[in-house]
Design a protein around this ligand. Structure first.
Ligand SMILES: *Cc1c(COP(=O)(O)O)cnc(C)c1O
Length: 346
């Protein structure tokens, strides 16, 4: 099978597996795992933050941020298509007791006026704005990049109002590599940042949340409360370090593959590309075919290609390290075959 469902399907490399075997470990709840401590220090430095914490998943990292920054009854501003709003089981409401305030952005970017309009003023009836959350790259906007200039515009507004900011940077390295900028330019302006080790970077497990020392102290407690205090977690941290030191630059190959797919799809009758392809995500628009996205995906599957639906007429493809050029070409052939099947029926 050629798996284009997500970059989360990537398997650990041989050197990651060796590093797991060889990892020096201790009990990380006592902060005594040297491999975890090293990874956390390394990542904090990389992201331009004072401290960092290894967490079990991106979702846990985002939830810890909301729990750490907010009080009960707060409102959290987030982009309408954000992961935090769509894919985390309303955990911010279930666990942190806050309500989401969604704002539709331009590919994940919220302009100053709209952001300011969403911030609550002091009123006995109103919730207080406790946090502003942004996402880069933006998953539901098709891997869209938020630039350092856009980042600064948004975080400057938040700073003016004294509101903390959190970046869901599950795929932040894709943005920094595609733009050719130091990741600090995209992470430093935020109060806290979450990055995933287990997506395109290929580590088997884990995310990291970074911020100032006081925030990470709080985050550590929230992680424990959520059951994310792990013991000999060095076996996770060791491949995580490899992800950060040797898997970042190669994300460019994933972006090249995504461009290659997008270009080929433009030549396929009945299919079109539904997004500006900035990074490793290609959205296919199936509206011109006589099928739903689900039917299209079902036929792809039968022909040996896995993809996800992303709406009634949208299919999402994500490129990643475990796909060769040959497999990408084979996937394109399959897209062509399935499209032509539903074209003929139309
Ligand atoms: C995958 C993802 C997450 C969550 O990561 P998990 O490790 O799957 O919990 C958060 N935000 C974005 C934008 C993602 O793509």
């Amino acid at each position: 099978m050629i798996d284009l469902r997500s970059d989360t399907v990537t398997k650990p490399t041989e050197s990651m597996r060796v590093a797991m075997v060889d990892a020096v470990v201790g009990d990380d709840v006592y902060e005594e795992d040297p491999t975890v401590n090293d990874l956390e220090e390394y990542t904090a430095e990389l992201l331009g933050k004072e401290a960092a914490l290894l967490v079990t998943s991106g979702t846990q990292g985002n939830q810890i941020a909301v729990l750490g920054h907010c009080n009960l009854g707060n409102e959290v501003i987030m982009e309408q298509e954000s992961h935090l709003f769509h894919y985390e089981g309303a955990a911010i409401s279930a666990f942190a007791g806050v309500q989401p305030r969604t704002v539709l952005g331009d590919r994940g970017f919220i302009a100053q006026a709209e952001l300011e309009a969403a911030i609550r003023s002091e009123d006995v009836h109103a919730p207080e704005t406790g946090l502003i959350c942004l996402e880069n790259t933006h998953n539901r906007h098709g891997g869209a990049i938020i630039t350092p200039e856009q980042t600064k515009e948004m975080t400057d507004v938040a700073k003016r109002y004294g509101i903390p900011t959190h970046l869901d940077g599950a795929r932040l390295f894709n943005a920094s590599v595609a733009l050719g900028v130091d990741i600090k330019e995209l992470s430093e302006p935020f109060t806290s940042v979450q990055i995933c080790l287990s997506k395109g970077l290929g580590a088997p497990i884990g995310s990291i949340i970074a911020g100032d020392k006081a925030f990470i102290k709080k985050a550590r407690k929230w992680r424990k409360r959520l059951g994310g205090g792990m013991r000999q977690a060095g076996v996770i941290a060791a491949p995580g370090k490899i992800a950060l030191t040797s898997m970042v630059e190669r994300l460019k190959d994933d972006h090249t593959h995504a461009q290659f797919i997008a270009k080929a799809v433009e030549e396929i009758r009945g299919l079109s590309v539904g997004n500006q392809v900035d990074t490793n995500i290609v959205l296919l628009d199936t509206t011109q075919l006589s099928c739903t996205a689900q039917e299209f995906v079902n036929h792809l599957y039968t022909a040996g290609v896995k993809a996800n639906t992303f709406g009634p007429q949208t299919v999402r493809l994500i490129t990643h390290k475990d796909l060769s050029q040959v497999e990408i070409e084979k996937a394109i052939d399959t897209l062509r075959q399935v499209a032509s099947y539903f074209e003929m029926e139309a």
